[in-house]
Each structure stands twice: as C-alpha cells, then as structure tokens.
Design a protein around this ligand. Structure first.
Ligand code: FEO
Length: 179
C-alpha cells in the first residue's frame, strides 16, 4: 500500500519530510508574529502591532505556498500542530531582535532544503524554493533594518515613539542603491 501511495508522487520521502517541516516552521513564525503583534498592541506600539499582524499574514501565505506545492505534487501535506508560542516578551527592542533571529533561522532552513533537493536531483523542488530564497533576502533585510533603527534613532525621550512610527515604512528596494 505504501508503495502504491508513493507512486502518486515524484516527491522523495526525504523531500516531503523537510517540506512538511518547513510548513510547520512558517506556521510557527506566523503564530510568533501574531503574539508579537498582541504584545505591541498591549504596550502602546500601534504601528509595530500593524507591522507584525502583516508579517503574521505573510508567514501564513508562505506556509500555504509550500502546503499547496506538496499537495499538487501528489504528496501528503501535513496541517501542522503549533506549540511553544511565546506570549510575552522582554521589551520593545527584544521583539525585533527575536524576529531577526527567526528570519535567519528560516533562511538557513530554506538553504538546507535547496541543498538537499540538489543532492537528490529534485529540480522541481529546487526551482520552487528559489522564490523563498529571494523572499528571505527581503525578509532578513527588513528585520535587520528594524533592529538598526533602535541604534540609529535611540530609545531615549520620544525615541521609541519615533521607532514605532518608522517600522512600517521600512522597505526593501532590491539593492537599487547600488545601481
Ligand atoms: Fe516565511 Fe519570514 O519567513
């Protein structure tokens, strides 16, 4: 029976397993960002709350993109169980440092998938994952810039208010300044 099921998909078991892990990681990111949005709301950082609500939505879209791919390839996409979502954070800056750590972890994970896909000659998955490789350049840039704002603007006086207002305005121009 198992062999028959596998005939319905060209996805190798290892690829299906790591893609399902990535589905879970994206869903976990979505849940963490939602908790961060709520923390920002509770602590008066309205603009940052909006930013994290948006990020949470983005991560859900990432999760679905991989979920649909696994399904479309005839594989078994697993609806993830999400645990260990932190509901409280040490402070305004800590949230953004944690978000940057999360994005770096996602980038490393995406790179591992691409590496495995190449080892196994899975060109479809390799090509599919390139969208995520590019997306992570932007996601990491924005997360890193957010942390930088704490040093550039400073947290004293109206600093936090200014940082909060500046967060949603961060945008990635794809390295246009080098042109
Ligand atoms: Fe889907 Fe921000 O990684």
């Amino acid at each position: 029976m198992k062999d028959l099921v596998r005939m319905r998909t060209s996805l190798k078991e290892e690829i299906e397993r790591i893609l399902n892990e990535q589905i879970k990681m994206e869903a976990h990111s979505s849940a963490i960002y939602l908790a961060m949005a709520a923390w920002c709301d509770r602590n008066g950082f309205d603009y940052s709350a909006g930013y994290f609500y948006k990020q949470s939505e983005e991560e859900r879209k990432h999760m679905l993109k991989i979920f649909n791919y696994v399904s479309d390839m005839g594989g078994h996409a697993i609806s993830p169980e999400i645990t260990n979502v932190p509901q409280d954070f040490d402070g305004f800056r800590d949230i953004f440092e944690l978000a940057l750590q999360q994005e770096i972890a996602v980038t490393n994970s995406i790179n591992r998938i691409v590496g495995t896909a190449r080892q196994l000659n899975d060109f479809a998955t390799d090509q599919f994952m390139q969208w995520f490789v590019n997306e992570q350049i932007e996601e990491e840039y924005v997360a890193r810039r957010a942390v930088e704002l704490f040093d550039v603007i400073g947290e004293e006086g109206v600093g936090r208010y200014m940082i909060d207002k500046a967060i949603p305005k961060i945008s990635y121009d794809g390295g246009a300044e080098a042109e």
